[in-house]
Design a binder for this molecule. Sequence first.
Ligand SMILES: [Zn+2]
Length: 223
Amino acid sequence: MEDVVKTLEDRPETTEHPFMIAPERPSPAPRPMTRPSQQEAEAAVRTLLRWAGDDPEREGLRDTPRRVAKAYREFFAGYTESPEDILSRVFEEVENYNDLVLVRDIPFSSHCEHHMVPFVGKAHVAYYPNGGVVGLSKLARLVDVFARRLQTQESMTAQIADAIATHLNPRGVAVMVEAEHMCMSMRGVMKHGSSTVTMRFSGVFENNAAQQAHFFTLLRGAR
Ligand SMILES: [Zn+2]
């Protein structure tokens, strides 16, 4: 049977990337904490507005703390979602499909855990099914669960791959993430347009150059 390749949207032109290998052990799941109240969150935003040098009481900023608190719920919704729930429903009617499934160009936005500013990019996720496949949109939702947390790109890459390995029990998983980090383009070294690539291979992809080449070929193939 033929490989399945799905493209969620057109890829932008890419230039040369620095390559990074996702770490063997992704950071552990965050500890459960008591959430501050809405009022406390808004007060913290007012403090940051003053820290930036502005007046939280001026008209244009009066509703900003409320809006920021609301936006944070959305940016970081991944803390309240579970990869297991998303991957729990497997389509067994395609049980006899054993070849590679690749979903490429899954767009995401996340926030770097060092500066709390966005990094934005695309994830490419491939696996060899073992007794059923998940709906393609589930893989996109899985990416979002991890993207909507404070992250490093390396950890996020490993967490996506590990969740698939754990919950789908595939013969192998390959995940590649390409992203531009606003903390690099808006501050510090001010490098616009450079992107970082991270990847993680497990199962039959691990230490297997032919399998990895197959993944890259499909990834870069006809669109
Ligand atoms: Zn950063």
